[in-house]
Write a new protein. Structure first.
Length: 355
């Protein structure tokens, strides 16, 4: 996979080459996403103009976002008019496109946002759902390294994160964002950015009491804040506005990271971001009756929800191959789609299959 960044004069054809390349890569199963003036200057970099300083900041942010994409396994194809050329790292990946969505987890420092987000990312990726965690560690050290913790900087931090998450969602990767995000208006802005693009947005409040966060003091920052060597620390000398209507509230006291994560998984299942567990049961029972009837069904599966089911199917003596493309569909729609595909492959009528 070659590294890619196109530069040139406006109208030189950079964007169309990038689009062609994106389509080519995606059609061959290589996740790729084009970043250009259209999707970056209208969102993430809309507060930048065209002075030399702003152009430099524009490219710096693009390079940082491309790095995040590369880190998530998506080839970033950047088309910009710019004299500041920097090579972008591109990591080929076996991940496939999936439906878009954005998950925003917020809470005090030490609440458990990052732990839950990591666990959730691993859960989703292991099930073939491309996901990538954005947090203070990978964002504040790169894209947002020119921001601090004043209310204004926190607002800009969340705005940029929401814009980057929107790009991730647009590329087909679930963006899992863990930020303290102490101000309601900033969270509302993040929600609005997604709603305007018709992207699902879930706000998860990791509700861990301040005294617990403080006793965890995972980074030793509460101690410093109490001693006064850090100013404006959330929960100590800066306000934390509790979310009024989050999509989910999770607790972390008296339960493990896995248990807390499972509650978020359930939220995503309920909203059909990930497949319902019952789909697996349905497929297995259908396959069993199908193979009983015809001995050699030919089926090809894509994006199976649970690895246990894949193993059970692959191990099945009568099954060689299966096709199901499972996007953002309801259980009933998936069922219809499955039956339709089986009909194409055989002369079996759905009513026969259902018996
Ligand atoms: N003043 C102050 N207040 C709060 N947090 C501070 C501060 N200074 C540094 N840190 C560390 O930075 C992490 C929070 O960054 P965020 O980007 O999530 O903050 S915000 O959403 O812009 O409010 C947060 O990381 P987490 O512990 O992972 O939440 C802190 O470790
Ligand atoms: N159920 C739980 N969910 C999340 N974290 C938990 C849970 N129980 C204990 N913890 C611990 O709390 C700490 C949370 O730290 P971290 O995830 O870095 O928080 P944050 O990202 O909100 O600052 C970790 O040490 C983690 O192991």
């Amino acid at each position: 996979m070659s590294k890619s960044k196109s530069f040139g004069l406006s109208g030189a054809g950079k964007t169309s080459v990038s689009f062609e390349l994106e389509a080519y890569l995606v059609s061959r199963g290589v996740p790729a996403y084009g970043l250009d003036g259209d999707n970056v200057r209208k969102g993430l970099n809309k507060n930048l103009g065209f002075s030399p300083e702003d152009r430099e900041e524009n490219i710096r942010r693009v390079a940082e976002v491309a790095r995040l994409f590369a880190d998530s396994g998506v080839v970033a194809l950047c088309s910009f008019v710019s004299p500041f050329s920097k090579q972008l790292i591109v990591i080929p990946s076996l991940l496939t496109r999936n439906d878009q969505h954005f998950h925003f987890s917020l809470g005090l420092s030490g609440a458990g946002k990052t732990s839950v987000s990591f666990e959730l990312e691993a859960y989703l990726v292991s099930r073939g759902v491309p996901a990538y965690g954005l947090d203070g560690d990978n964002v504040r050290k790169g894209l947002n390294k020119n921001l601090g913790f004043s209310p204004e900087d926190r607002e800009e931090n969340i705005r940029r994160v929401a814009e980057v998450a929107r790009l991730f969602a647009d590329s087909g990767v679930v963006a899992l964002c863990s930020f303290v995000s102490p101000f309601s208006k900033d969270r509302e802005m993040a929600r609005k950015i997604h709603k305007e693009s018709d992207l699902p947005f879930f706000e998860v409040f990791v509700d861990t009491p301040l005294n617990v966060c403080e006793s965890r003091d995972t980074k030793g920052l509460y101690k410093k804040a109490r001693e006064g060597s850090i100013k404006g620390f959330t929960g100590v000398d800066q306000v934390y506005e509790k979310p009024e209507l989050p999509d989910l509230v999770v607790k972390t006291v008296g339960c493990t990271v896995e248990e807390t994560t499972l509650q978020v998984v359930e939220l995503l299942e309920e909203n059909r971001v990930i497949l319902l567990r019952q789909l697996g049961d349905f497929l297995l029972s259908l396959l069993q009756s199908f193979s009983k009837l015809f001995q050699f069904p030919v089926l090809l599966f894509q994006q199976l929800p649970h690895s246990g089911i894949i193993n059970a199917i692959v191990a099945h003596p009568f099954i060689s191959f299966a096709i199901i493309n499972i996007p953002f569909m309801s259980f009933g729609e998936i069922r219809m789609d499955f039956l339709h595909k089986l009909r194409l492959l055989t002369t079996v009528t759905p009513s026969k299959l259902e018996t």
